[in-house]
Design a protein around this ligand. Structure first.
Ligand code: CMX
Ligand code: CO
Length: 147
């Protein structure tokens, strides 16, 4: 079952400049900044709401660290903008299995490591009305890798 919007992923060329825009314009602050080599991206998580724990919502700002990464290819084809939406769930295998049973391609099985110690998988955008969709499970009682 999906419980909340975990984050909205935004692709950008310059991570520092984009963080600065969201700080300046909306007063958002960076909860976590990390590099995910497997995803070929450096990223910053900016918290949107006041909810702590598993059900918080974030903006995920993404810049590529390699030219053959999904974010680099997206930037080359479409330019900066919304890259994906991420739904939160307490049971990722079940949510992914439910989507698969509807004929939606699940890209990672088993799930991989996402931002802040989460487990993630993606649903193919061609099966989701051209929306790249991520499913996220945050470890219970754990807000970030560092806590
Ligand atoms: N949103 C919507 N459609 C997208 C898309 C996106 N982000 N990325 C690609 N597509 C579409 C393309 O427009 C293309 O459509 P057309 O055939 O109509 O032109 C189609 O998907 C295939 O495009 P492609 O460039 O050949 O595909 P890629 O090789 O880039 O692969 C995908 C697409 C979804 C399999 C790949 O981006 C992927 O594996 N994504 C999951 C991983 C990821 O995005 N990681 C970064 C975020 C990490 C995180 O959130 O933590
Ligand atoms: Co994401």
């Amino acid at each position: 079952m999906i419980t909340h919007i975990a984050h909205i992923g935004i692709a950008c060329h310059d991570l520092d400049a984009t963080i600065n825009f969201y700080q300046r314009t909306y007063g958002l602050t960076v909860t976590s900044r990390e590099v995910n080599p497997e995803q070929g991206a450096q990223e910053a998580m900016l918290k949107i709401n006041d909810v702590d724990g598993e059900n918080a919502s974030y903006l995920q700002l993404l810049a590529p660290i390699s030219d053959d990464s999904p974010v680099a290819r997206f930037l080359a084809c479409r330019g900066e903008g919304v890259h994906h939406i991420a739904f939160g769930t307490a049971d990722l295998p079940s949510a992914a299995g439910h989507a698969r049973a509807q004929g939606v391609r699940v890209l990672y099985d088993p799930p991989r490591r996402g931002a802040m110690g989460s487990l993630i998988t993606f649903l193919h955008p061609k099966d989701c009305g051209s929306v790249l969709t991520e499913l996220v499970q945050t470890p219970v009682g754990k807000k970030t890798l560092n806590t």
